[in-house]
Design a protein around this ligand. Structure first.
Ligand code: PMP
Length: 434
């Protein structure tokens, strides 16, 4: 069978025209545009059901985007939907504390023991931004270090060498960020302890913290080399800097708990988001008690939020995490990930395409590249034009990925063996055409 006729997406095209009239660029987050895959109208979705999406023209897609990560149970999971409905009926916002917040904070701490105290916020951006403020308050230092290509949200300081969204759009630094702020960010290559130590020799005494994605999720999927995270902890602490893990993508992704628990390493503070909200807006940060007690009302570091800890997000988060407690959940995600990995590697080899595939459990990235990917420079070298053709061929056969060579595929608990088989068929046909 030949690759299918491109799906008819006339209504999406029409809506894209209309959207551009009232919404900047027609999208509410730049990574949703198709700019990095040759342009054109993004697909306008109308309905999600399990691992499937239906667009406004009635086409069906198998979803590996998972809304950039949160939807580990796919669309419309009944347990999560019931929790949201119940929350909606009893009032979605009180502006007072609730018991539900205690229940959820306790669940998170049980799963990720380094979260000795927690605070809920509304997004990953807020969570990371606040860990930086608290680290500065705790250490009395200003500089922050991060790894090149890692995205930590869009607050001013971290939007330097920030990976997936900005780099696919060719905006390494955003306009509107004062140089004085950017000067406090030091960027080093991932998996390079020598570079980290060199930076600490220069700026260690002024450095409040190093921001780390323990498994990188923003230039594909990149594991830390053995000993790398242990080395980061040891060096940072030697210079009196804190270690902050950004687990916005990684927490509950590969394992029930953080990547830190999977890898047996412990940060001083952790930022969370995405999966822990079950699809509703959420973020959280937490860590060592002596650090977290710097936060208002106990301490001098201010952070607040009208919507923070709202009952709907918390209820959805609890339901989502409960659904991850079922026996065999992560084994199934890993099994589907392994099947897709094998199919991609075999199809690529059969049709003469050199690729690198990095996978951890149900999350993986395919790079059109002839060497391994251990850092951002490696990932940047991947062939973006070939990725764009691959992306569109998959899309035209009803398999939806994020429109960027830097984003991962996410398998969800809603995917079935039939979805995986369908996807493997599509992969085989697409590589034949690529
Ligand atoms: N940190 C990481 C590692 C992320 O991947 C993201 C979002 N892609 C963020 C922070 C920001 O989260 P949010 O989009 O919820 O603000």
């Amino acid at each position: 069978r030949k690759v299918a006729h491109p799906l008819n997406r006339e209504t999406s095209k029409h809506l894209y025209e209309k959207a551009q009239d009232v919404i900047v660029g027609g999208v509410n987050s730049p990574s949703r545009s198709f700019k990095a895959v040759g342009g054109g109208a993004p697909v306008f979705m109308e309905r999600g059901e399990g691992a499937h999406f239906y667009d406004v023209d009635g086409n069906r897609y198998i979803d590996y985007l998972a809304a950039y990560g949160p939807l580990i149970h796919g669309h419309g999971n009944k347990h999560i939907a019931d929790a949201i409905t119940q929350a909606a009926q009893s009032g979605v916002l009180y502006g007072t504390p609730t018991k539900l917040e205690i229940d959820f904070a306790t669940m998170l701490r049980d799963a990720i023991p380094s979260l000795e105290k927690v605070r809920f916020v509304n997004s990953g951006t807020e969570a990371v931004m606040t860990t930086i403020r608290v680290a500065r308050a705790y250490t009395g230092r200003n500089k922050i270090m991060k790894f090149a290509g890692c995205y930590h949200g869009h607050s001013d300081l971290v939007l330097v060498a920030a990976g997936s969204g900005p780099s696919t759009l060719g905006i390494p630094d955003s306009a509107g960020i004062p140089q004085a702020i950017a000067n406090d960010m030091i960027t080093i290559p991932f998996n390079d302890l020598t570079a980290f130590e060199d930076a600490l020799k220069k700026w260690g005494a002024e450095t409040a913290a190093i921001l780390v994605e323990p498994i990188v999720g923003n230039f594909g999927i990149v594991r830390p080399d053995p000993g790398f995270l242990e080395g980061v902890n040891e060096l940072a602490h030697r210079y009196g800097a804190l270690v902050i893990y950004d687990e916005v993508i990684t927490a509950f992704r590969f394992h029930y708990g953080g990547a830190q628990d999977l890898l047996g390493v412990k940060p001083d503070m952790t930022a969370l988001g995405k999966i822990i909200g079950g699809g509703l807006p959420i973020g959280a940060y937490g860590g060592r008690i002596d650090i977290m007690e710097k936060v208002a009302p106990l301490g001098p570091a201010y952070q607040a939020g009208t919507m923070a800890g709202n009952p709907a997000s918390i209820a959805a988060g609890i339901a989502c995490i409960q659904e991850l407690q079922h026996e065999g959940t992560y084994e199934r995600l890993d099994n589907y990930g392994a099947q897709l990995e094998a199919a991609l590697l075999q199809a690529a080899a059969r049709h003469g395409h050199t690729v690198t595939l990095n996978r951890v459990g149900g999350a993986f990235a395919l790079y059109f590249l002839d060497h391994e990917v251990r850092n951002y420079d490696d990932a940047q070298a991947a062939d973006g034009e070939k990725f764009a053709r691959f992306f569109h061929l998959l899309l035209d056969e009803g398999v939806l990925l994020a429109p960027s060579k830097y984003e991962a595929w996410f398998v969800s608990t809603a995917h079935t063996q039939a979805d995986i088989d369908f996807t493997i068929d599509v992969i085989n046909r697409v590589f034949a055409q690529l």
